[in-house]
Design a protein around this ligand. Structure first.
Ligand code: ADP
Ligand code: MG
Length: 697
């Protein structure tokens, strides 16, 4: 039996509402709450009071340092620690933390990706406290979640645009609620529950694979005799070493105020999942970043390596992140809950229609939000949703919307008659969506599950895109309905029209099916197969306007993001290709050569006794030599194309060069190496095999 008491443990490393209420004077507490919920500015003297309370709490909990914790465009978080000490003038120190130090930091920004926003000589960057996310303790350091931006105020991070998009959707959703006579709701926010997949392998084995260490995925590896075909890992009983890891991970997450809820084995061997209870998007995003960091740290303690890459192993499922997204009011009402009364239904149908239209109109943005070199291995590979964005609504809701579209009565399964007209709507049966695990964006009862995200990425971009797209449509709807003479008539007409215009985005069938790709093309849906195909859409004029309209990204920020993502794609592939060259030349080739030598020596010796001996060895030597020759050819070819890549100008052209020219050579090189592995004695093989890694934890 565990001796921990979870409620005592939960949030013990977080300066949360409980601590604030306890440690702050009444007026400071309510001012801070106003800042957190309504975005009101916090007076400087109050910042001093909050900082002092935070410092006392942190020191009581063993901290000596504080750090602005931020999320630059590297995919991981960044921190620079400063101690609390101040010389007191008497050769001693006092522990200080001012409101100024809490609110603003000035890290050197020159070494973070900026996509041309900030030349290296203008190194100034700022971090600004995000009071909507709680400060927490990590490594005896008080971590303050912050936004990170340039001297000119341009966002250099993941958090700033997310916060802006949350404001945008709040503004527009409130307008819609007011139309329905809701005067009480003070704000609307989006919620997210991100399910996180990961692999665990033995650390010793990990340490012997240069590809895992340098790139996070295996660049070589023959298919093991057994993969995931037995379907016995998903939800299977969890092995002791893994359970020990999960137990400690849960405790760490709870201490950091993360609502770790579900843990289970995933489809592939050595693959697992953790899902927290959903929370406000900003907190969920910070929490997910912290979760990924803690997963790696806790794994180390168990002599395991946690792989967050989207495709660590070829031939078995890769890892994703399911972003469960919903909209709710400060009173806790979920606006995507179908409800049972007509008023809620009409409002629900309007929000639902808004999401349908937003997703159809902004397929490109959702696709871009999940684009990365790693995730390109999953999307469309019959294990994750295709690269084509579509919505699963389930039959029930689809039929309801179709009946509205065609002005025919809807008959629910429970035979509740519905008169058409949004003011007299059906009672929705409880479970109005079936499960569909192949859809990119599935409506699952009262939320949308966006399933295309890669396991390693921040969830920030996807939510920024979702929030902004939906905000824009809500804005159009509010404009139209506010001007209408009769709300019900206008509402009915609007839903009918918009559903008709955008129903092509709804697909309730099997998304992994080839037939769907053909149909999607016939419907005119975008199919942006690779990251380099998708990224240029980010700066299309319509998108520049969209983000400017809602003050989420300036044009300069969008161009910079596009360039950062393209450059990042090229860097990842460049590192992968060079790692392949290294392993092929320094490990694989010598191993094969040694084995061939041994086989040849055996054959030669045996033939002195019997002239016909060792035909198998001879055949194998011939085969291995031919494969090694072919591999050598691909090594040379890869060097040539990598060299050529250096001469390609511009991030977009370069990303396409890597995608279209370098990747095929990497594939060919891998094919040769993996065939060599399959025919070479294990004792000669220089690194652990797939079987070693996938089945021995
Ligand atoms: P699955 O079967 O896909 O694992 P679950 O019902 O277990 O689905 O939920 C998965 C995630 O969805 C969890 O993180 C959960 O907290 C989150 N979730 C549930 N309701 C909502 C909601 N209204 N908004 C956002 N996320 C939600
Ligand atoms: Mg799920």
């Amino acid at each position: 039996m565990s001796d921990i008491r979870v409620p005592d443990l939960f949030g013990c490393l977080v300066f949360n509402d409980r601590e604030m209420r306890e440690r702050l004077p009444e007026d400071a507490y309510s001012a801070l709450k106003n800042t957190m919920q309504l975005g009101k500015k916090l007076a400087p003297d109050l910042a001093d009071i909050v900082a002092a309370a935070m410092k006392d709490w942190a020191i009581e909990n063993g901290c000596t340092h504080y750090s602005h914790w931020f999320q630059p465009m590297t995919g991981v978080t960044a921190e620079k620690h400063d101690s609390f000490i101040e010389p007191d003038g008497n050769d001693s120190v006092i522990m200080e933390f001012s409101g100024k130090a809490l609110v603003k930091g000035e890290p050197d920004a020159s070494s973070f990706p900026s996509g041309g926003l900030r030349a290296t000589f203008e190194a100034r960057g700022y971090t600004a406290w995000d009071p909507t996310s709680y400060a927490f303790i990590k490594n005896e350091t008080l971590c303050i979640p912050t936004a990170f931006y340039s001297y000119g105020g341009e966002a250099l991070d993941q958090k700033t645009p997310l916060l802006r998009s949350m404001e945008a959707i709040n503004r527009q959703a409130l307008r819609v609620l007011r139309l329905f006579g809701d005067e009480d709701t003070r704000f609307v926010h989006t919620n997210v529950g991100p399910e996180q997949e990961y692999f665990l392998i033995d650390k010793e084995l990990y340490n012997r694979r240069e590809d895992l260490i340098l790139t996070g995925r295996t660049l070589f590896g023959a298919k093991p005799p057994r993969g995931q075909e037995m379907d016995d890992h998903y939800f299977g009983s969890i092995r002791p070493r893994v359970i020990a890891f999960m137990k400690e991970l849960d405790e760490e997450l709870w201490k950091h105020g993360i609502y770790a809820k579900t843990r289970h084995n995933e489809a592939a061997p050595a693959q697992h999942e953790m899902a927290p209870v959903f929370t406000t998007t900003n907190l969920a995003t910070d929490g997910n970043q912290l979760t990924m960091e803690l997963m790696k740290k806790v794994a180390e303690k168990h002599n395991l390596a946690c792989l967050l890459h989207e495709k660590p192993f070829a031939g078995v499922n890769g890892s994703g992140k399911h972003n469960n997204w919903s909209l709710s009011t400060d009173k806790g009402t979920n606006l995507l809950n179908p409800g049972s009364s007509p008023r809620e239904n009409a409002q629900f149908l309007l929000f639902l229609t808004a999401v349908i239209k937003a997703v159809d109109e902004h397929q490109d943005l959702l696709r871009i939000s999940v684009a990365s070199a790693g995730n390109d291995h999953r999307l469309g590979a019959a294990e994750a949703p295709p690269a084509v964005v579509s919505i699963f609504l389930g039959n029930e809701l689809t039929e309801i919307l179709e009946s509205l579209e065609s002005d025919t009565p809807y008959e629910s399964k429970e035979a509740i008659q519905m008169k058409v007209g949004v003011h007299i709507l059906p009672r929705f049966p409880k479970d109005n969506s079936d499960r569909n695990r192949t859809s990119p964006l599935a409506f699952t009862g009262n939320k949308f599950e966006f399933r295309m995200l890669g396991s390693a990425a921040s969830i920030s971009t996807s939510n920024t895109m979702l929030n902004t797209s939906v905000a824009d449509v809500l804005m159009q709807f509010a404009d139209e309905l506010e001007a209408a003479d009769d709300l019900n008539t206008a509402l009915h007409a609007l839903i009918k029209r918009e559903f008709h215009a955008h129903k092509r985005i709804i697909f309730n069938g099997n998304g992994y099916d080839d037939a769907w790709m053909k149909e999607a093309a016939a419907r005119g849906l975008l199919n942006l197969a690779s990251t380099p195909d998708a990224l240029p859409y980010l700066t299309h004029p319509g998108n520049l306007d969209l983000f400017a309209r809602h003050k989420v990204f300036t044009s300069a920020e969008l161009f910079s993001r596009c360039e950062i993502m393209q450059e990042n794609y090229c860097k990842v592939l460049n590192i992968e290709a060079r790692t392949m060259l290294d392993m092929a030349q320094k490990q694989i080739f010598p191993a094969v050569s040694a084995y061939v030598k041994s086989l040849s020596e055996t054959a030669l010796a045996a033939r002195q006794l019997t002239p016909t001996a060792c035909t198998a060895e001879t055949t194998l030597v011939t085969k291995l030599s031919a494969l090694a020759d072919s591999m050598y050819g691909h090594i040379e070819e890869l060097k040539t194309v990598l060299h050529e890549s250096e001469t390609v100008d511009g991030a977009e052209a370069k990303s396409k060069f890597f995608c279209n020219t370098v990747i095929p050579v990497m594939r060919a090189l891998r094919t040769d190496a993996d065939e060599l592995e399959a025919s070479t004695a294990k004792s000669y093989w220089p690194y652990p095999t797939y079987s070693d890694m996938l089945f021995y934890v």
